[in-house]
Write a protein that binds this ligand. Structure first.
Ligand code: BES
Ligand code: ZN
Ligand code: ZN
Length: 481
């Protein structure tokens, strides 16, 4: 619990038991007629009634009644219930250490109920290892077994623990998480959550000829690592693995195409794609989903010294493709390209890469969604559905062949930037060159990291993508695909 920085524990209780005496009480009321069943004091009752009568748009509201909190959920909307959970944690943790949920959730679908628990857990996340004064508000939440099975409490906890792990890895400053330390954290996560980890060191990376990863790493005093995570349960419903690839740039200075004008700040989050892969592996393994999943993370920083990559350099990638460097700040695609080449050996059923790849994608989505491209519409549609389920929504980029033509170079097979237009699409086209399997590219540059708190989300790493891929995988195991 401590490691993940979640400050909330879900505890199942049987309705024939007495609920914990000192715990504050939370009741959901989703219809006006339910009010009659509750003994409320008249002023509170009036307040609630007015929500139903006058503020139809105000979907969800919380009220405080001395020690108790009354929650009104007038609609069955998963995201609203998730947000309600987040704000409710904050309200409750101020004054309580124990609460019990006394029901009234029966009008909500399982999806909404689960989203509420996700929100409670996500709201309790606090990254504070470097604060002298840590203010942890641990909250125990007793949930009736009539509303949720014990397994469902464990599963949602494990899932949000994965989200928290991703957030934490992103939030770690670059001096506490370089490529080598990142690999140690991945190995630790593997032991803790139940997946295998192999870390390829620099000599092996040289032997494999990963010119993209080595090129980006040239200006760094810290060696690159290539991290392979394997989760292969005996009862897996798929023979060929789903391979997840994450951009692991532990800090992006831009290299000689240096980031200026304040753009370098927050670039500790440039391993957000990699952190997402680790969070997904943790959640899937801990919940023992019957699905074969591989995670690949090439890791390095993008820094400068006398040996650093130059603009105009030509490098040779793992698959033999030569690349003319025209901007050293377009480094993510270089390290991802080698990981995508590496993925070929698995004959994967699908590869999904995740990366904080382009400012252009962030300009399209803002923090509200993820930009997607790929070569298999059917599978993209399936992932889009997972995006709607989890509210980690996907928008598809134009992916016309003309974007690929923008990557033509006079001196090499490809250059590493397109031009002034379609930056998110040309980055995707660059990656596509290194694939020979069904593939989806997710550019999470917009939503992966929030400079300032936004709505119900705290500043820092968001863990976006973990719930998305978890839902995608879970649905696949259920659908027998
Ligand atoms: N890590 C950045 C992309 C990024 C920007 C992520 C803002 C999150 C927030 C990436 O390596 C980069 O610098 N991309 C360049 C590409 C360009 C040189 C073609 C960009 O987007 O400007
Ligand atoms: Zn860059
Ligand atoms: Zn980058």
């Amino acid at each position: 619990m401590k490691n993940s920085y979640l400050n909330l524990e879900l505890i199942s209780y049987n309705s024939t038991d007495n609920t914990p005496k000192d715990a504050a009480k939370v009741v959901f009321i989703s219809e006006e007629k339910q009010l009659e069943k509750r003994n409320l004091n008249s002023s509170l009752s009036k307040k609630i009634t007015s929500v139903f009568k006058n503020e139809k748009d105000e979907i969800i509201t919380t009220f405080e009644d001395s020690q108790s909190f009354w929650v009104i959920a007038t609609t069955d909307d998963a995201e609203k219930n998730r947000k309600l959970g987040i704000s409710l944690y904050k309200a409750l943790a101020k004054e309580n250490s124990e609460i019990s949920i006394l029901g009234g959730l029966d009008n909500l679908t399982d999806k909404s109920k689960n989203a509420f628990l996700e929100g409670l857990l996500m709201g309790s996340y606090k990254f504070n290892p470097y604060l002298k004064k840590k203010e942890n508000k641990e909250l125990k939440v007793y949930v009736s077994s009539d509303e949720f099975s014990e397994t469902s409490l464990t599963q949602v906890t494990n899932l949000i623990n994965g989200v928290a792990l991703t957030r934490t890895l992103v939030n770690e400053p670059p001096n506490k998480l370089d490529s080598v330390m990142f690999s140690e954290r991945i190995a630790e996560a593997g032991k803790k959550y139940g997946f295998d980890v192999e870390v390829l060191q620099k000599d092996k990376i040289v032997e494999l000829g990963m010119g993209g990863l080595l090129g980006v790493n040239q200006g760094s005093e810290v060696p690159p690592t290539f991290n392979i995570m394997t989760y292969k349960p005996k009862n897996a419903s798929n023979k060929q693995p789903l391979v997840l690839v994450g951009k692991g740039v532990t800090f992006d200075t831009g290299g000689y195409s240096l980031k200026t004008g304040g753009h370098m700040s927050t670039m500790k989050s440039d391993m957000g794609g990699a952190a997402t892969v680790v969070g997904i592996m943790a959640a899937v393994a801990k919940n023992e989903l019957p699905y074969y999943v591989i995670g690949l993370v090439p890791a390095t920083d993008n820094k400068i010294d006398g040996k650093a990559l130059l603009v105009d350099d030509v490098i040779t990638m793992m698959d033999g493709t030569t690349v003319e460097i025209q901007n050293t700040d377009a480094e993510g695609r270089l390290i991802l390209a080698d990981a995508l080449s590496y993925a070929k050996q698995y004959k994967p059923e699908l590869v999904v890469d995740m990366a904080t790849l382009t400012g252009a994608a962030a300009a399209i989505t803002g923090p509200f969604g993820i930009a997607m491209a790929g070569n298999k519409q059917e599978k993209m549609d399936e992932l889009k559905q997972a995006g709607e389920n989890t509210y980690e929504r996907l928008v598809q980029l134009p992916f016309w062949k003309e974007f690929e033509e923008l990557l033509k170079s006079d001196v090499a097979d490809l250059k590493n930037i397109g031009g002034p237009v379609g930056g998110a699409s040309t980055a995707g086209k660059f990656l596509e060159h290194f694939t020979d399997y069904d593939w989806i590219h997710l550019d999470i540059a917009g939503p992966a990291f929030l400079k300032d708190a936004q709505g119900s989300n705290p500043s820092g790493g968001t863990g976006v993508g973990v719930r998305l891929l978890y839902d995608f995988i879970k649905t696949r195991t259920e659908g027998g695909k």
